[in-house]
Design a binder for this molecule. Structure first.
Ligand SMILES: C=CC1=C(C)c2cc3[nH]c(cc4nc(cc5[nH]c(cc1n2)c(C)c5CCC(=O)O)C(CCC(=O)O)=C4C)c(C)c3C=C
Ligand SMILES: [Fe+2]
Length: 491
């Protein structure tokens, strides 16, 4: 990337990025990624977001093959593309080249100081055992976590209350076993500080905010602070390497709702990095950690590398077009390629953990595969948590305690676990690079509401849905499958 080409006046009109197609580098992912043409496509209406087509549009693949500064071989992070004219932002200093551009010329020809903000999105976790049930309520009240058909959506909150109360004792046990709360907030705050420092070292002064989806500091609080600080350009960076409707998609939906109803925010230029699992820095950082842990085994070459990703219900992928599974497989492929390039030819496998409720989730399931591997005679296994970048309940309790015990019982003798990336410096530096690369594509969102949302406000159709919905929901709740799930405490 030609660094000097970034510095200049802010364009007076919104940029539009030309529509180009790129193929994924991974043989397993054959879908074609097309780059969005309009700014509104970056910040999609919920209905649109979940169509297979628009999710693919939102994948970050390959557009960045073009944009990497150093001609790296991996695809890099931000979803969308560079500024086609290259004239929009004062990023020269960011790359340590050229003059530091401290201001931009606004539409009234006044020089205004640029204030860059970075918003990190994450899930959040209960900090005390008393927080567990309300945290679970927030999680299950999210229509991106429990996806009810439209006529049943009025049941979301009562159902969330019921499930959160039923699940709380089991979850509390888990949180109690890791010290009484989630470490996610502390780690995410440290990552935020790290990214701020890495950006500073690269010449970009930015405020870095943390917005959690289900616990403090909530996304709404972060946005409030962003407004207070009068940020003039925002990069949104979800701390999930792979996009899922249930994680990044859910957080973006919250942002969209807030932004579309606020005059200042809807004009704020914003760039969203929707997934970054294929960035060179991330892949190499993962390979570094795996390589280090492999060396702790007596015979590193005989160790099975066991990637364990958080699962999602199968319908997300099969019906709603969630790209999560494809992105996960591509991610594993890239990590294994990197390990091979370093001379490690270990066997590997991918399985999905943490399923909740009576529905089918992505397979194979981690617990089942561990038992099978033990039965097949695998003796050494290195677990790699791959959908998370911080330690939390599902690494510290589920993998380190439950799965380790199961593996040892199943015949696996040597167990290891790769730590989550946390504040690993190569990783934090790469996230800072992703922010810098994304900045030029920042555009303000469209505030147009979809017609389907408007129709929700139509009283007559709402009343009809309520009546039929209530009857159907009652029947559904009494169905044997749901009752069995409750009895077995699957929730
Ligand atoms: C890629 C990451 C994650 C996906 C995908 C995801 C989907 C998903 N999760 C649930 C239900 C629960 N998740 C819980 C905790 C939790 N989930 C993630 C990440 C993903 N979830 C993280 C990082 C955490 C831990 C937060 C922390 O406290 O440290 C929980 C609570 C814990 C428990 O009771 O097990 C639930 C419940 C669903 C239903 C879902 C997809 C639809
Ligand atoms: Fe989860």
């Amino acid at each position: 990337m030609d660094a000097t080409s970034f510095c200049g006046a802010l364009p007076q009109t919104k940029l539009s990025v030309s529509n180009r197609n790129f193929s994924s580098s991974c043989p397993r992912v054959r879908s074609v990624v097309s780059v969005a043409r309009h700014s509104s496509e970056e910040f999609q209406q919920p209905d649109k977001l979940y169509s297979r087509e628009s999710l693919v549009v939102s994948s970050s693949s390959s557009a960045n093959k073009e944009m990497t500064a150093s001609g790296r071989s991996y695809l890099s992070g931000p979803v969308l593309k560079r500024n086609p004219g290259g004239q929009a932002f004062c990023a020269a200093s960011v790359l340590g080249v050229g003059a530091y551009c401290e201001g931009f010329v606004d539409s009234h020809l006044h020089v205004t100081e640029e204030k860059v903000g970075v918003l990190l999105l994450n899930l959040g976790g209960p900090e005390t055992l008393n927080d567990v049930q309300p945290f679970l309520f927030n999680l299950f009240a999210d229509p991106d976590i429990i996806r009810l058909p439209r006529p049943f959506q009025f049941l979301q909150k009562p159902l969330a209350k019921l499930i959160s109360v039923l699940r709380a004792p089991k979850s509390k046990e888990g949180y109690a076993s890791i010290g009484g709360g989630s470490p996610l907030r502390k780690i995410t705050d440290e990552q935020a500080d790290g990214i701020k420092m890495a950006l500073k070292a690269k010449g970009l002064t930015a405020n870095v905010y943390v917005g959690m989806r289900y616990w403090y500091p909530f996304t709404e609080e972060a946005i409030h602070q962003i407004k207070k600080d009068k940020i003039t350009k925002l990069v949104v960076l979800p701390l999930y390497p792979q996009f899922s409707i249930s994680t990044t998609g859910s957080s973006l939906r919250v942002l969209q709702n807030i932004f579309s109803e606020d005059a200042y925010l809807s004009r704020l230029p914003i760039a969203i990095i929707q997934s970054w699992y294929q960035r060179e820095g991330y892949i190499k950082s993962m390979a570094d950690l795996i390589g280090e842990e492999l060396q702790k085994f007596a015979k590193p070459e005989e160790v099975m590398i066991f990637f364990s990703a958080h699962g999602v219900p199968l319908t997300y992928v099969e019906d709603a077009g969630d790209p999560y599974k494809d992105q996960m497989e591509e991610c594993i492929y890239l990590i294994m390629q990197e390990l091979k390039a370093r001379g490690s030819y270990n066997d590997h496998t991918l399985a999905y953990q943490s399923r909740v409720g009576p529905v089918q989730w992505l397979k194979p399931y981690t617990d089942e595969v561990l038992v099978e591997l033990g039965q097949k005679g695998v003796k050494s296994l290195l677990a790699v948590p791959v959908s998370f970048v911080s330690e939390h309940i599902e690494t510290l309790e589920e993998i380190d305690m439950e799965y380790k015990e199961l593996a040892l019982e199943s015949g696996i003798e040597n167990w290891g676990r790769v730590p989550a990336l946390g504040c690993t410096s190569s990783f934090i530096t790469d996230l800072a690079d992703a922010v810098i690369e994304a900045l030029p594509s920042a555009k303000s969102i469209s505030t147009t509401r979809s017609t389907s949302e408007e129709s929700d406000h139509d009283f007559l159709s709402y009343a009809i849905k309520m009546i039929f919905g209530s009857v159907l929901a009652f029947v559904l709740l009494l169905s044997p499958k749901v009752m069995t799930a409750f009895r077995n405490r699957l929730f």
